[in-house]
Design a protein around this ligand. Sequence first.
Ligand code: MG
Length: 341
Amino acid sequence: MASPSTERIGLKHGAGGRAMRMLIGEVFASLGGPVDGIGLSALDDGAALRLGDKWIVVTTDSHVVHPIFFPGGDIGRLAVCGTVNDLAVMGATEPLGLTCAVVLEDGFLRRDLERIRDSMKAACAEARTTVVTGDTKVMGRGEVDGIIINTAGLAVTDRVVTDAGLRPGDRILVSGTLGDHGLAVMTQRRDLKLEGNIVSDVAPVNGLVRAALAAGGDGIVAMKDPTRGGLASALHEMAGKARVGIVLEEERLPVTPEVRAAAEILGIDPLSVANEGKVVLGVRPEVAERVLAALREHPLGRRAALLGTCIAERPGNLILDTGLGKRLVAELEGEPLPRIC
Ligand code: MG
């Protein structure tokens, strides 16, 4: 067998699934040292470093979505929301500021860049934050595909919520419909003509998480944004870290008819498709109904659903209860759609 060092990186290594997690574990994990808090080794949505009696939360993301403009958003809105949301699901709902580093290809249209900037400004306003520092680089034609945006975010919080806090009996909630972002990008890319439009859900969820935390308090024990790899990937990670099984009730999965139809045509499972304006929450059973009600009261949470339960059996596994029987949901190598965010 060839030594791993002679392997080459493939698209699957950026796709949010098992292949990416293995690459990070084998290549990057040793970059992380011991920290007072949650560091690289936790592989959470961001880091949380102790600062007196508070936590500094920091996260970074690069955005390579193709096409850069898609129904419901663009690469700029995605870059702001992706970072705001990674902070929010760590419990840090009030971002102090974002960084923005842009890599452009020679020949990129200035008009498009200004449109992306406007969209970033609007998303920052929705999230009640702003860009505080940045960087611009240009590469030659063909050396990069149009534009790459990296954003990082910084926030301070009193309480951190990791993605590892589940225990048997906890309930799983999701804040709305599944698969909208990935399928909006994919139908645009393939120029699929479908009945009804699929629009990306890309949005900052920090206000929604704020409302959930106000309702559920310490009863909210795990959170994640189900981006690449979708809800299935997020739940596999949460189940694996907490060594619990998660049973999902299929009839409660919120999926629009448009997304269901497009997913069927493309032969993919909406459970495994990226969302960019959703939160998965693990909560203690006694606060589940209260958190669900708080989510549904928020404009971004109208279709929130209580759809799963953690069990002690089958640790690390995701089990779909179809109503007729139960089956294991396999963990994918990665998001079935490359360059989705
Ligand atoms: Mg995340």
